[in-house]
Design a protein around this ligand. Sequence first.
Ligand code: FAQ
Length: 328
Amino acid sequence: MYAQLVKTSRAKAPEEMSEQERAFQARIDRGEKIEPKEWMPEEYRRTLIRQIGQHAHSEIVGQLPEGNWITRAPTLQRKAILLAKVQDEAGHGLYLYCAAETLGISRDELIAMLHSGKMKYSSIFNYPTLTWADIGAVGWLVDGAAIMNQVPLQRCSYGPYARAMVRICKEESFHQRQGYDLISKMARGTPEQKAMAQDALNRFWYPSLMMFGPSDKESVHSAQSMAWRIKINTNDELRQKFVDQTVPQAHYLGLTVPDDKLAWNEDKRAYDFSEPDWEEFYAVVRGDGPCNRDRLGARVKAWEDGAWFRDGLAAHAAKTRGAKMAAE
Ligand code: FAQ
């Protein structure tokens, strides 16, 4: 079902739509929310499954780079903060799997597609977290980019996705602030700590820009997804907003953004900046990033190791159901 999604770089024109599709589009254009039991075009449903499913997988796989540092956090307070953040990401994954399930796909099917490589997760989580400063960079830059993309999604056309985003955005905002707090302590610490903060920025800058997806001219889904308000902004619009928000923060921290071409453009009242290396992006998306195999391997192992627990829960639920039916 998922694999049949048509890839198109343009939105369907009104004359190509059926009467029912035109009425559906009119509801979207009026800003109405679409709810699970209502009629929707098959492609709308599949596009949502793809995007929400990938988003859910990203939250779950996204626990791995930070989970890697829980046992090595430098203080009890930092450890408690990191634990809370990683747990929040699990919660985000669960809200999003629930939202996807309202579209008629099961969580088991979604997870099987992640494990077989049929479904994607965000490219960013295929980069390693080599030092403690990377945990600051993940919060500051990765959560910062995630929020930039997710705040508009609170206004997306599909009710369950839009509502899931409200709580997720509140929590992501805490995540971003804790990352900025961590990186600012490092940037204002000893020369060695400042060097670690700079090194983390150097390594995470371009992968963070890649999170917004390919440039608008290469984005296959944007036009139709925007017409359906599954996406509110284009990939390049959000990337630009992220750069404009983040560069002054880096300057304030005394850190240098690793881009020789970065310059304020007074005419457009925004920064000019270098594009990420798109060949690297597509290689990571294809499965050839620095950590793809480790990340997927860790998820598959966790799923297999947890089988006894899922089986136990299902057996208990069946037993309880049987006892209830016998009593009725
Ligand atoms: N990585 O036509 P478009 C987080 C794929 S949450 C991998 O532009 P679209 C929280 C795309 O799927 C981060 N693949 O696609 C956290 C498509 O391939 P397909 C996740 C990517 O969907 C923080 C192809 O390229 N957030 O970080 C990426 O219109 C810290 C063509 O691209 C979301 O998922 C990528 N970066 O736009 C957790 C937000 N970009 O499927 C832990 C919701 C593109 O045809 C720690 N998603 N591709 O085979 C979206 O807004 C959109 O799906 C985009 C991509 C903007 C990501």
